[in-house]
Every structure is written in structure tokens, then in C-alpha cells.
Design a protein around this ligand. Structure first.
Ligand code: ADP
Ligand code: MG
Length: 694
């Protein structure tokens, strides 16, 4: 296969545009993309026509405005290009208007009360900064989605706004360092995606996997991940065939899938693409998840993207590698060769540290979900406490700057304060602390708290906006300063001093850290209901409105959507659990008991020893009763939802009452599973699911 040839073959990318558009149209379109402008309808008509021709040549019959509503997944409604010509024939048409704007009936997408159903209309608008592509015979046009009255209803709009906010502030700082020629600063992201693969037959026999994405029951198998024999292990041939096809399909879509390997848990894997601008990375990550599911199915497997499909082994995350760069490709978080470059690097680094500390709660809220709650704070994932890892050597450098003393590292350098402060930064010593939620890794930060199923948009909106605010404050001060070099140092020193509490280079999983973090005054928001309210704290509202990322109404509506989503997820899980116990577990357990009792009776009649049956029956009978009681409690808890209020009250209720009742019931059922003979157990076991692909 000729990879360069297939790469991007299904994308209406720059190369195709240049080939197919008249020069002046191409130029105008590029200008629109570069400067985030609106597109003239005349230009749009020409672009639409070229797109249609190209799409049809590549097998497309339909087009869709592809958008990302607040469900966190993507939405599409397909329209064919056909237009009857009145003589019984059709012509294939696609106008500029159809390219630029769509009007889907939006009433069934979550809006958090932004849009009453009688104003069901919503708009989708083309985002020319993300290329159109062909998927399953449909030309997909990446679009933003907003309400009739113009409020954003999607994940793309705020992301683009946050990128603009960051661009504005970063350019102010760069200008002060003498770079007034920088046209645009973008944020870049490389999201590493973790996932599980299980055999489709076992998957289809587990209603919990089908309805909730995770196993609600399952006794631990004798072997889990103790031997660390899966991480980077040899790929099984079925998995390898899946990965090969996935890579190829992603490449065709212009997604630079780069790295693939087995992860820590059995049946767990990872894919990492080469990074791109955040907007494109977000679109691509959505497509990657979709392709993973589809292609897994073709290979007789189900791809699980849930954060915690299996208890007792690692869950799945999505490491969000994040940096800032000029459009020319200069990474602003890359320590430079000269002290002067290093001073600039230091300002950006400090801004990130300040941003993460100032908005810890928002950062945590941005990764909060029912699924991710099982992961954050469990022993494989970063803790729920937000902290920053900078590594020992950079840590020592920051320390010396903060104290205004000379850094005695491997290469002691006379520290003259001013813009010539810093020694050459060590790159490879920012090693691999795997326990940190937010780690500096040489020329970027890795935000590790994201759950595997999450759209990366939300966390990047928060990160971009928080950093924009930190840069704004720094730029304000620097612009007003008499002596630039002195001011740089003073500002950096002051911020490092003030925000050093967020820097932690030790083991984030340890109990001591939890204690220390509390002493340092860091937030420890353990669950989604604890974290979500940070979206609507006065300082968050101010942050987002100041930078034009969300209006207060938009922010509140999102908060409502997230709260509601949490309760809905827990509700579905609870109902699935009740259903599975009633339909599968109760009857399996009683059948097994009956068989034991039959044996017991027969043995007794023959005067045979029967301690085993006696004891087992006793144990199982006791557990069955316990299960029955706990099942009743769970049903009561679900019933209680009706009077639990709305909004945060309901979310808290779901967490404190329903989830708790689910955990109790699971405990008993799992114990029963370990006692009941396999012939009687109706659900595929953990061993079957985790080790079925050979
Ligand atoms: P690791 O396992 O060490 O975390 P990976 O190779 O799995 O590393 O993933 C690293 C990710 O970071 C890749 O997606 C890579 O493209 C991305 N990355 C590298 N440089 C940058 C950058 N400047 N901005 C954003 N992401 C980056
Ligand atoms: Mg990795």
C-alpha cells in the first residue's frame, strides 16, 4: 500500500482545494480560514460546487453537516445531492448556502433549557478551519451548532472561541518580546486514546455493556494485570488486523494515527495520533472513536470506550498533550537555546502554572463524568486532585528563580536576573511521572485526567481560557512596566511563589499526597457532583464572559446539561442492574440451589457425607436473601428519584443514594458469582471477556 497516496484521500484538504478551486477563490478561502472570517456567498457557491464534484468522484451520494452537540458525540443528518429536474431525471446539486448553513430540527438535542421545543430550529454553520471529508458515502462538513437566538449548543463553538481568546493574549505577550509579526497563536493537542476490545459474542450477552458501556457485575478473574504482561506485549493477530485496518481508515481521513500498543490491563490498547491544532484534533478524536467502534465490529469485536468497563483492572483515559505554537510552528512551551528565548518560555510556563492553580476546580469539572468518577482517584489514574508535575530539574530551576538565587544544576550558570536568567533547559529529565494529572513533558503539558469517552473539547476550552486569562494579566503588567526585563523576572517570581502549591513531583497515588494536598489548600473534588458546581462559580462566569467564550446563559445551560446527564447515566445503570438481577441472576442462583438441594437430599438418603452441599447451600441461601434485600433497596432508591428534586440535588441523590445501593448489590452478586457453578451462570465472566481474544 502506498500510504502517502491514501493519506487524506477522503479529505477535501488544502491540496485538493488548490487543485480544484480558481486561484482567487482558493486565496479568499484560505484567508477566511486563517483569520476566522465569514465566507462570502459567491465564494461559497464555487467552493460547494468543487466539493460536490470531488465528493461524487469519490463515491459520495449524500452530504451532511457534521456537528458535535452537547451529548459529547457527533450528530449527522444525511441529504442526498439529488434534485429532480422536472423531466423525470435528477441532477446532482450542492449550493453555497447548503455548504455554509444548515437548519436541523434541534429539539431533541440537550440544550439545558436554552431552547424551548417550540423554537426547535437550530443552525449549523460550516467551520472552514476543519476540512470536509467523506465517510460511508457521505460528504461530511464540520459545522458549529447554535440555537435560533445564536447561543452555542455544541462543543465546537466554545472551543474556537477559546482558541481565539488565547491567540489574542498570547500575541500581546509575544509582541512584548519583540515578535510583532506573529499572525496567529494556536493551541495544539495530541490526544492518546485508550480502549478495550472484547469478543462480540461475549459483548452481546452482557446487557450492561450494551446499555451502559461497563460491566455492572463481575467477579474478579484469578488473573488480572498483576504480571504487567500485557503492557507493550505482542499484539494478538486479531487485534493486530483490527489496528491495521483502523490505521488505514484513519489515514484516509487525514488522521495521523502514529502509535499503537497494548496497555496495562488485559484487552486494553492505545492509539496516539500526531498532534494538530485543537480544533482539528477534537474532530479527529471523535472520528477515531467512531472508527474504532465500527472497525472492531467488522473484526468480530466490540470496542469499549467507557472509562471503567471492568472493575479491578485499569480504566481508560485520554491523555491530552497540549501546547501553544505560532502558526509558523514555533512551540511556545519549548525551552529555547538562548536565555532570551528561555525568558519567553518561562513567561508562558508560568502562565500555565498560574492558570491551572487559579482554576483547579474548573479543570476538575471539565473532566467530570459518571464514567470518569470510577477512574479518578482509583489507583491507576491520576487522583481527583489537580497538581502539576514539572520534574526535578525544571523544578529546581523554578525554585531558584523564585528565590532569586543561582541555579546549581548539572551546569551551574551565573544567574543574572533579567531576560538572561536561564541556563539551557534539560529536556529529557522531565521524566515519566505517570501519576501526575498535569505533567510537563519537555515541550508540552500532558493533561491526564480526561476520560476515554469524553470529547476533548470541554477540557481544552477550560485550559485555553484559563491560560488566556493568566496571559492577559501578565501582558497588562508587562505593558505597563518601565523596565521590561526586571518586570519579567518580578512577575515570574511572584507567580511562582504564589502558585508553587500546585507543583508536586511525587507519587500522586499515595495517601500521603492526599493529606499534603489538603494542607496545601488544594481542592480534592472526588465526584462529579462535587466538581460540576465549579462551572458556575462567580470567578468562572467572569472568566468565560470576559474572554467571550461563553455567555452566562450558555454556561449555566451547559452546567444543567452535565448535571442532568450524570443523573440519567446513573438511572440507566441502576435500571439495567435491576433488570439483569431479575432476569438472569435470581433464576440462575435458585436453579443452582435447587440442584445442590437435590444432591443433598439424595446423598442424605444414601447416608453419604454431604458437608460440601450443606455448606454451599447455606452460604448461597444467605447471600440470595441478602441480594434480594439489596435489590429491594436499589428499587426504592430509584423510586426515590421522583422526590429528590432537580439539578444538583438530583445529581447528588444519584451519587449518594443510587450509586451506593448499586455498589452494595454488586458486592453480593459478585460473591454469588464466585460460588455458583459456571454451567448455571448466565453471563459471560470477567475471564471470558478479558481473555477471550487469542
Ligand atoms: P507518551 O506515551 O510518552 O505519552 P505518546 O507518543 O504516546 O507519548 O504520545 C505523545 C503525544 O503527544 C502524541 O500524540 C504527540 O503527537 C503529542 N505531542 C507531541 N508534541 C506536541 C505538542 N507540541 N503539542 C501537542 N501535542 C504534542
Ligand atoms: Mg502514551
Amino acid at each position: 500500500m502506498n500510504i502517502p497516496e491514501i493519506y487524506g484521500s477522503l479529505v477535501f484538504n488544502d491540496k485538493v482545494m488548490r487543485e480544484r478551486l480558481p486561484k482567487d477563490v482558493y486565496k479568499k478561502l484560505k484567508n477566511t480560514i486563517k483569520n476566522s472570517r465569514h465566507l462570502d456567498i459567491d465564494i461559497a457557491n464555487i467552493v460547494a460546487n468543487a466539493m460536490k464534484e470531488w465528493a461524487i468522484e469519490n463515491g459520495a451520494t449524500h452530504y451532511t453537516h457534521w456537528f458535535q452537540p452537547m451529548t459529547g458525540i457527533t450528530a449527522e443528518k444525511h441529504d442526498s445531492f439529488i434534485n429532480p429536474d422536472g423531466n423525470g431525471n435528477v441532477v446532482m446539486e450542492f449550493s453555497g448556502k447548503e455548504l455554509v448553513k444548515g437548519e436541523p430540527d434541534a429539539s431533541s438535542f440537550p440544550s439545558g433549557g436554552l431552547r424551548e421545543t417550540y423554537e426547535a430550529r437550530g443552525y449549523t454553520a460550516w467551520d472552514p478551519s476543519s476540512y470536509a471529508f467523506i465517510k460511508d458515502g457521505t460528504l461530511c462538513i464540520p459545522t458549529a451548532f447554535c440555537s435560533y437566538s445564536g447561543e452555542s449548543l455544541d462543543k465546537k463553538t466554545p472551543l474556537l472561541r477559546s482558541m481565539d481568546a488565547l491567540d489574542r493574549q498570547a500575541k500581546r505577550v509575544l509582541k512584548l518580546f519583540g515578535h510583532d509579526d506573529v499572525k496567529r497563536v494556536v493551541t495544539t493537542v495530541g490526544p492518546e486514546q485508550e480502549y478495550f476490545l472484547v469478543d462480540i459474542d461475549t459483548y452481546l450477552k452482557r446487557p450492561d455493556l450494551i446499555f451502559t458501556g461497563r460491566t455492572l457485575f463481575g467477579a474478579r478473574p484469578p488473573k488480572g494485570q498483576e504480571l504487567d504482561d500485557h503492557y507493550f506485549g505482542v499484539l494478538k493477530s486479531r487485534v493486530s488486523a483490527f489496528m491495521k485496518e483502523l490505521d488505514e481508515e484513519l489515514w484516509k481521513l487525514g488522521i495521523a494515527a502514529k502509535t499503537k500498543h497494548n496497555e496495562v490491563a488485559p484487552a486494553q490498547h492505545e492509539l496516539a495520533p500526531v498532534f494538530s491544532t485543537t480544533n482539528i484534533a477534537t474532530d479527529h478524536n471523535q472520528l477515531t472513536m467512531e472508527m474504532m467502534r465500527k472497525i472492531a465490529y467488522k473484526h468480530g469485536m466490540a470496542c469499549l470506550l467507557h472509562e471503567k468497563p471492568f472493575d479491578g483492572v485499569n480504566g481508560s483515559g485520554k491523555h491530552n498533550n497540549w501546547s501553544l505554537s505560532t502558526q509558523a510552528g514555533k512551540n511556545l512551551l519549548d525551552p529555547g537555546e538562548t536565555p532570551y528565548e528561555n525568558a519567553q518560555f518561562l513567561v508562558f510556563l508560568t502562565a500555565v502554572i498560574k492558570a491551572v492553580d487559579d482554576y483547579q476546580g474548573l479543570m476538575r469539572a471539565s473532566v467530570a463524568s459518571a464514567g470518569n468518577d470510577h477512574r479518578l482517584g482509583a489507583d491507576e489514574a491520576p487522583p481527583a486532585i489537580v497538581s502539576i508535575f514539572v520534574g526535578d530539574e525544571l523544578g529546581a530551576i523554578l525554585d531558584s528563580i523564585e528565590k532569586g538565587v543561582i541555579y546549581h544544576g548539572t551546569e551551574p550558570v551565573e544567574m543574572e536576573i533579567g531576560a538572561s536568567v536561564l541556563p539551557k533547559f534539560p529536556q529529557d529529565t522531565t521524566d515519566r511521572n505517570r501519576t501526575s494529572p498535569f505533567a510537563f513533558t519537555g515541550n508540552r503539558f500532558e493533561f491526564r485526567m480526561l476520560g476515554s469517552a469524553l470529547s476533548i473539547s470541554g477540557p481544552n476550552v477550560v485550559l485555553n481560557t484559563a491560560v488566556a486569562e493568566a496571559l492577559r494579566q501578565i501582558a497588562d503588567e508587562l505593558e505597563a512596566a518601565d523596565n521590561f526585563n526586571d518586570a519579567v523576572l518580578k512577575i515570574v517570581q511572584r507567580h511562582l511563589n504564589h502558585h508553587k502549591k500546585i507543583i508536586f513531583n511525587g507519587n500522586g497515588y499515595s495517601a500521603e499526597w492526599e493529606k499534603e494536598a489538603e494542607e496545601r489548600g488544594l481542592l480534592n473534588l472526588k465526584s462529579t457532583p462535587d466538581a460540576l458546581p465549579y462551572y458556575v462559580k462567580p470567578e468562572s462566569i467572569k472568566l468565560f464572559t470576559d474572554h467571550g467564550v461563553f455567555t452566562e446563559t450558555e454556561l449555566r445551560s451547559r452546567y444543567d446539561v452535565y448535571l442532568e446527564n450524570y443523573s440519567k447515566v446513573i438511572n440507566i445503570e441502576a435500571l439495567t442492574m435491576v433488570d439483569m438481577v431479575k432476569k438472569f441472576v435470581l433464576s440462575a442462583v435458585s436453579k443452582y440451589q435447587r440442584s445442590l438441594i437435590d444432591t443433598l437430599k439424595e446423598k442424605k438418603a444414601l447416608w453419604l457425607p454431604c458437608d460440601m452441599e450443606q455448606e454451599l447451600v447455606q452460604k448461597i441461601a444467605a447471600l440470595s436473601d441478602e441480594m434480594y434485600v439489596r435489590l429491594g433497596k436499589l428499587e426504592e432508591a430509584i423510586e426515590g428519584e421522583k422526590t429528590a428534586g432537580t439539578g444538583l440535588d438530583l445529581t447528588r441523590y444519584s451519587h449518594d443514594v443510587i450509586l451506593m445501593a448499586m455498589q452494595n448489590l454488586r458486592e453480593t452478586v459478585d460473591e454469588l458469582e464466585s460460588l455458583v457453578a459456571t454451567d448455571f451462570w448466565p453471563l459471560p465472566t470477567y475471564s471470558e471477556m478479558l481473555f477471550s481474544i487469542i
